[in-house]
Design a protein around this ligand. Structure first.
Ligand SMILES: *Cc1c(COP(=O)(O)O)cnc(C)c1O
Length: 419
C-alpha cells in the first residue's frame, strides 16, 4: 500500500469507540472503562493495520537502499514527516525530527541546543507544573553548563502565576520550557502569551505538547514557539514514536546529538561531516513502522476533526467535573479556568492507590500517584492524586461508572465523611 493509500484508509475509519478493538473487551466481568489516557491512549484499528501492512508489504530500511522496497519504505517514512508538518502547521517538513517521544525530544534539545547555547549564569525558566521529562534534562544541562533554573509558581487553581513569570524574565533568560497542558492538573497554559514575552527578552521557548496534541488543534506558527515536542502514543499512535518541531534556522545551527548512520555526509577517522536537518538528528535506523502508524493516527484524528474532538472532550470534562464535585469528601486538584481532559482529585480517608485498586475491580482504569510531576504534589501538600484522563472515545457513561466506583470505595472505607 502506498503512503497516500494508508492515509485515505485512515480517513474512512471514523467510528470512534468501535474503532478501538481493545475497548470491546470486558475486564473482571465488567465493561472496560479506560480513563488512563494521560498515560497512554488506545489505538484504533487503522493504526494497528497500518503497522501490520508495513511489515507485510513495505518493510525495508530507509534512505540507503537503491531497491524498490527501500524506496517505498522511505516514501512512507517521509510522508509521515509531511503528515506531522501539516498537523502542527509547521512551515516546512525539515523542521520535523522523529524521536522516540516527548522525553527523547526534550533531551535532544537540551543536549544539542542547550550545550551549544547555555553558559554559566544563564537562566532557564520552567514552571511548577512540569512533567519530570521537562525538568530533569534541564537540571542535567544546568549541572554541565552552570546555567540556573527558575520556576514559575502556580496558584491554588493550578494556573501559572503570570506576574511571577514576567518578573523572572530578564536579559539572562535563554530558554523557557513549559507544558502546553499539565498532565497532573489539566491546566491549559497561555502559550502564545508566554512565547511573546520570552521573545521580547530574546529567550527561546520549548513547549511540551505531550498532553495537548490529542485534545486540541496545535499551530506552531500561531504559537510562534521555537520548539514543540510530543509523543505518538498519547495521540492514538504507537509507543516509541514522537517528534520534535524546531524552527528551521535554529535546527540548522544545532550540532549533532547522537552519532551514527543516517546522520552523516562523510566519515573518515580524521573527521566526519554531518547531514542536513532533519537527518542530522536521526542517527541509526528509526521506528519506520511506528512512523507509518503515527501518520495514520494523525490522519485518523484529522478526519474526525480536532475541533470536534475538543468539543466532545470538553463536554465530558464539564460533566465529569460537576459529577465529582457532588461527591462528598472529594477535592479536585486543578481547577483552572482553561482545562483539558484531566480530572485529578483526592478523597478524604482513601489513599489514591486504594481507590485505584477498588476501581480496578470494577473494570475502571485510572492512575494514582504523582503522575511524574512530584513538584505539583508538593505544591498542593499531597502525596498524589487519583487521575481520570479522557480521550475521544470516553463518554458520560464512563464518568457515571467512575462516580459509582468512588461511592463503592467510600462505602468500603466507611467514608463519605466531609473534611
Ligand atoms: C507523558 C508526558 C511526557 C513524557 O512523555 P513520554 O512519552 O514518556 O516520553 C512529558 N510531558 C508530559 C506533559 C507528559 O504528559
Amino acid at each position: 500500500m502506498s503512503a497516500p493509500e494508508i492515509f485515505s484508509l485512515a480517513a474512512e475509519r471514523v467510528q470512534q469507540a468501535q474503532d478501538f478493538p481493545i475497548l470491546q473487551q470486558s475486564v473482571r466481568g465488567k465493561r472496560l472503562v479506560y480513563l488512563d489516557n494521560g498515560a497512554t491512549t488506545q489505538k484504533p484499528s487503522v493504526v494497528i493495520e497500518t503497522e501490520r501492512n508495513f511489515y507485510l508489504n513495505d518493510n525495508a530500511n530507509i534512505h540507503r537502499g537503491v531497491h524498490w522496497l527501500s524506496q517505498r519504505a522511505t516514501d512512507i517514512y517521509e510522508a509521515g514527516r509531511e503528515q506531522i508538518r501539516g498537523f502542527l502547521n509547521a512551515a516546512r517538513s525539515e523542521e520535523i525530527v522523529f524521536t522516540r517521544g516527548t522525553t527523547e525530544a526534550i533531551n535532544l534539545v537540551a543536549y544539542s541546543w542547550g550545550r551549544a547555547n547555555l553558559a554559566s549564569g544563564d537562566e532557564i525558566i520552567l514552571s511548577g507544573m512540569e512533567h519530570h521529562s521537562n525538568i530533569v534534562p534541564w537540571q542535567l544541562m544546568a549541572e554541565q553548563t552552570g546555567a540556573v533554573l527558575k520556576v514559575v509558581p502556580i496558584n491554588d487553581r493550578g494556573e501559572l502565576d503570570m506576574d511571577a513569570y514576567r518578573s523572572l524574565l530578564g536579559s539572562k533568560t535563554r530558554l523557557v520550557a513549559i507544558a502546553h497542558v499539565s498532565n497532573a492538573l489539566g491546566t491549559v497554559n497561555p502559550v502564545a502569551d508566554i512565547v511573546a514575552q520570552a521573545h521580547a527578552v530574546g529567550a527561546k521557548v520549548l513547549v511540551d505538547g505531550a498532553q495537548a496534541v490529542a485534545h486540541q488543534a496545535v499551530d506552531v506558527q500561531a504559537l510562534d514557539c521555537d520548539f514543540y515536542v510530543f509523543s505518538g502514543h498519547k495521540l492514538y499512535g504507537p509507543t516509541g514514536t514522537g517528534a520534535l518541531y524546531a524552527r528551521y534556522e535554529l535546527l540548522r545551527a544545532m550540532p549533532p546529538w547522537q552519532g551514527g548512520g543516517d546522520m552523516i555526509r562523510t566519515v573518515s577517522f580524521e573527521r566526519s561531516t554531518y547531514a542536513d536537518v532533519p537527518q542530522r538528528f536521526e542517527a541509526g535506523t528509526p521506528n519506520i513502522a511506528g512512523v507509518a502508524g503515527l501518520a495514520s493516527a494523525i490522519a485518523y484524528v484529522q478526519a474526525l476533526g480536532m475541533g470536534r474532538i475538543a468539543a466532545h472532550e470538553q463536554a465530558v470534562l464539564a460533566y465529569g467535573t460537576q459529577a465529582l464535585l457532588r461527591v462528598p469528601g472529594l477535592r479536585l486538584i486543578g481547577t483552572a479556568a482553561h482545562k483539558a481532559a484531566i480530572l485529578s482529585f483526592v478523597l478524604d480517608g482513601i489513599h489514591p492507590h486504594d481507590l485505584g485498586t477498588i476501581l480496578d475491580t470494577e473494570g475502571i482504569a485510572i492512575r494514582a500517584g504523582h503522575h511524574c510531576a512530584m513538584p505539583v504534589m508538593t505544591r498542593f501538600g499531597i502525596p498524589g492524586t487519583a487521575r481520570a484522563s479522557l480521550a475521544l472515545y470516553n463518554t458520560e457513561s464512563d464518568i457515571d461508572a467512575l462516580v459509582a466506583g468512588i461511592h463503592k470505595a467510600q462505602d468500603m472505607f466507611g467514608g463519605k465523611k466531609r473534611s
